[in-house]
Unconditional design. Structure first.
Length: 391
């Protein structure tokens, strides 16, 4: 599948997502007809390396596909894109681990809460995992769960204390307990529940050192995302649903303005009001600017990865651009909804759902503007990343 073919497939799928967006909110997961259409379209292995049967596409393709899907439903687009990139995450496992996950498929379905909120205790054959991980997006659609734990050797006889380290480990979804906590005002279809493990043994070949994975890990042939840090991929691809939602919102506002007759008037049409014309032009310009900023950031981090491991400045610049994209999308959503009238807050109108999804999406830690801007400014002034700064 080429990048153009992927985007074309996602353009068609966006209509399917839109048709089932309300159902996704009710179910708090991606509806089965959407999943069936996604599997039939064959897009989940888009960024899986070609040597493992995927299309080996890069970050620009992943972001464009996600942006287009979000025209139908940002929450479902987010979930589908996470399934796509998590299938790439697990290509960083040792060969035996890859064999486990890619047996009979080119796109293993994996949920991956990234925060290291568990403990990994070394054993003779691997690690024993215990912990509780929030925001396991797509866990209801996954066969596997990848979790992140702090390595604890304190109770292991004869073990050397190698300093602070973390480990990612992959377990079958049946090994985790799922806590049903995802009751939110938006992004409901992501099904980002909490998962729990209690003394679960994981063989070493289904684990990878935390920093190795976060830095992009070892690569196999045909990897279009080779060399890219995980957080750069996550931040920029996860900003794409917000950008797509803003684009869709502008089009909904354009259509509504053309058809709207202002309440408490003698038939005045909204399209003839200078204020509405100015608002639409401003929104079109703002979303175009946000899209261009996002595309430049994708190109810049991709170019940096092609020249070797991106440095701290390249990483934080990508993260800042992702947070800025979401910030701009929120501003566009607010502007068009403010000028669209009360009717768009009927539950049946897509504008209110788009706005709610973007408002919840912005809560992801990758888009915390204050933290992200502080981190970026620190690096821009010659500072360094701390041990807990994921960039």
């Amino acid at each position: 599948m080429t990048e153009d073919e992927l985007v074309a497939a996602c353009t068609d799928l966006a209509d399917v997502l839109a048709a089932h967006a309300d159902e996704g909110e009710r179910l708090r997961r991606v509806p089965d007809p959407v999943l069936s259409a996604v599997h039939q379209a064959g897009i989940l292995d888009a960024v899986v390396p070609t040597s493992l049967g995927g299309s080996g596409l890069g970050l620009a393709a992943l972001c464009d596909a996600t942006r287009v899907l979000a025209h139908g439903c940002p929450a479902s687009a987010w979930t589908i894109s996470f399934l796509m990139q998590h299938a790439w995450f697990v290509t960083k496992l040792p060969a035996e681990g890859r064999a486990d996950l890619f047996a009979g498929t080119t796109a293993p379905t994996v949920a991956c809460p990234l925060a290291p909120t568990g403990v990994a205790v070394p054993t003779d054959d691997g690690y024993r995992l215990t912990g509780r991980w929030e925001y396991a997006t797509a866990v209801r659609h996954a066969d596997w769960v990848m979790v992140h734990g702090v390595v604890d050797t304190s109770g292991v006889e004869g073990a050397d204390d190698g300093g602070f380290a973390t480990r990612f480990a992959v377990v079958p979804v049946d090994a985790v307990a799922i806590e049903e906590v995802w009751h939110t005002s938006g992004m409901r279809a992501t099904g980002s529940e909490t998962v729990v493990l209690e003394d679960v043994e994981v063989p070493a070949h289904r684990t990878v050192a935390g920093q190795d994975l976060l830095d992009g890990g070892p690569t196999v042939p045909g990897d279009g995302l080779a060399g890219l840090p995980i957080m750069s991929v996550l931040a920029l691809s996860a900003a794409s649903p917000a950008l797509g939602a803003a684009e869709a919102a502008v089009e909904h506002y354009r259509a509504r303005t053309r058809a709207r007759v202002l309440a408490y008037s003698l038939g005045d049409r909204a399209a003839e009001q200078p204020a509405a014309q100015i608002r639409l032009a401003g929104a079109v310009d703002a979303v175009a600017a946000a899209g261009e900023h996002h595309r430049r950031a994708v190109g810049a981090i991709t170019a940096a990865a092609a020249g070797g491991s991106p440095d701290d400045l390249a990483r934080v610049t990508a993260k800042l651009a992702a947070a800025s994209t979401v910030r701009s999308a929120r501003a566009v959503m607010g502007a068009v909804c403010e000028g669209a009238g009360a009717a768009v807050y009927q539950q049946s109108h897509p504008l209110q759902r788009l706005q709610r999804d973007v408002e919840v999406l912005k809560g992801h830690v990758a888009f915390d503007w204050d933290r992200t801007a502080e981190l970026a400014g620190r690096i821009m002034l010659g500072g360094s990343l701390g041990p807990t700064d994921m960039a």
